[in-house]
Write a protein that binds this ligand. Structure first.
Ligand SMILES: [Zn+2]
Length: 379
């Protein structure tokens, strides 16, 4: 791995509390002043940390504030999703340095090669690591994509070309929901200690992830693809998983009608006419599945992440209906948050996952770091 866990502790404090001086880091981390000094030198050599102008103090030595260096290193985010690949780049301060660029790909068999090509185009010397988010299941040992809605007719997808072409940077490959949850973890520090069920949903795409003590729980039965494939006895299009009645086929514009456009779907959701029988049938099933997940997992916090959760009628209706459908004792204590964000398949979320994996060891789902040589220092 590139970064030692003691260095991650320093990076984490700088991310959440920075700027901080070496002395403040010593007090916050419990590391000795010498150890802090040594690790900071390493982090400076890697281009991850930089000094700001000294703060003059009354008496004693001036304090030199440290921050995560916003410019020396970058994190590349890639997403592989149905019909397209996307790339984005993030600085270590969380600023987008390359706005997402998407490329349509019609052939499933070309997705990985196209993602590799896009990554190679934007991977430069300052790229610290590349994080890839993929819909579906990833083999944590090999990094191959076992089953994915991005390639329903062509799974499993071999990612060896991506791993080979990007062998000079650390490569992380994870499910898109893990990417979303990684993004949530580094942007919601105050809630990190709470057991959280994050559900992300979009047109035809639903997934969840359980975050315990700030870490993704890989074994949680609801904390992966399962939620989108919770089945109801209603006729739907056949899901890529082979079944009928999957929740992600229900929560889709095709469920409302064969000619419903994306903009109509969004508008019908956001205006929420309760006389719209087909829409309400769809949403009742959505509430049932989400409340089942909460009743089963019993999290302290439920985060509903979607571009549809932007403080509109729908967001209020969904939150209210969920409260009524969750077991009463649980409903009293669970916090329900709306997170208005486009998550599914976003290269930006993938880049945030890269940042999460820099700050927290637990966010590396598949990482090439075990076999890679250490990144050369940036001078
Ligand atoms: Zn399914």
């Amino acid at each position: 791995m590139i970064i030692a866990s003691s260095q991650q502790v320093i990076l984490r404090h700088l991310w959440f509390n920075g700027p901080l001086s070496r002395s403040e880091l010593h007090h916050l981390t419990g590391m000795t002043p010498n150890a802090v000094g040594t690790e900071v030198i390493q982090l400076q050599r890697l281009g991850l940390v930089k000094e700001l102008a000294p703060k003059l103090s009354s008496g004693g030595r001036p304090q030199i504030p440290l921050i995560l260096d916003p410019s020396a290193r970058r994190i590349l985010g890639l997403s592989i999703e149905p019909g397209q690949v996307e790339v984005a780049e993030l600085g270590l301060n969380g600023q987008l340095t390359l706005a997402p660029i998407a490329k349509s790909i019609n052939q499933e068999s070309r997705l990985v090669a196209a993602a590799t090509h896009l990554a190679k185009e934007h991977c430069v010397r300052r790229t610290l690591l590349a994080a890839v988010s993929v819909t579906g299941l990833i083999d944590h040992a090999s990094g191959n994509i076992l089953l994915s809605s991005s390639a329903p007719h062509h799974s499993p997808l071999d990612t060896s070309i991506l791993r080979k072409e990007l062998d000079d940077v650390e490569l992380i490959i994870a499910n898109d929901l893990h990417a979303a949850a990684g993004r949530w973890a580094v942007t919601h520090r105050s809630e990190l200690q709470e057991d959280t069920l994050l559900i992300a949903f979009d047109d035809g795409r639903i997934g969840s992830v359980m975050v315990i003590n700030g870490r993704p729980n890989h074994g949680c039965i609801m904390g992966a693809n399962e939620l989108g494939h919770t089945r109801f006895p209603v006729p739907t299009d056949r899901c890529f998983c082979g079944e009928i009645g999957c929740l992600e086929r229900i929560f889709s514009r095709a469920f409302l009608g064969p000619t419903v456009a994306e903009t109509d779907f969004t508008q019908r959701l956001e205006t929420l006419d309760t006389q719209d029988a087909r829409l309400m049938e769809m949403l009742d099933l959505l509430v049932m599945a989400f409340s089942n997940a909460v009743n089963f997992v019993r999290p302290a916090r439920l985060v509903l992440a979607s571009r549809f959760m932007g403080g509109n009628v729908f967001a209020d209706w969904l939150t209210g209906r969920l409260r009524q459908s969750i077991l009463p004792q649980l409903s009293e204590r669970v916090t329900i948050d709306a997170w208005n964000i486009k998550l599914a398949g976003s290269a930006e979320s993938a880049a945030w996952l890269g940042l999460a994996s820099l700050l927290f060891e637990s966010w590396k789902i598949y990482s090439s770091a075990a076999t890679m040589v250490q990144n050369p220092p940036i001078v």
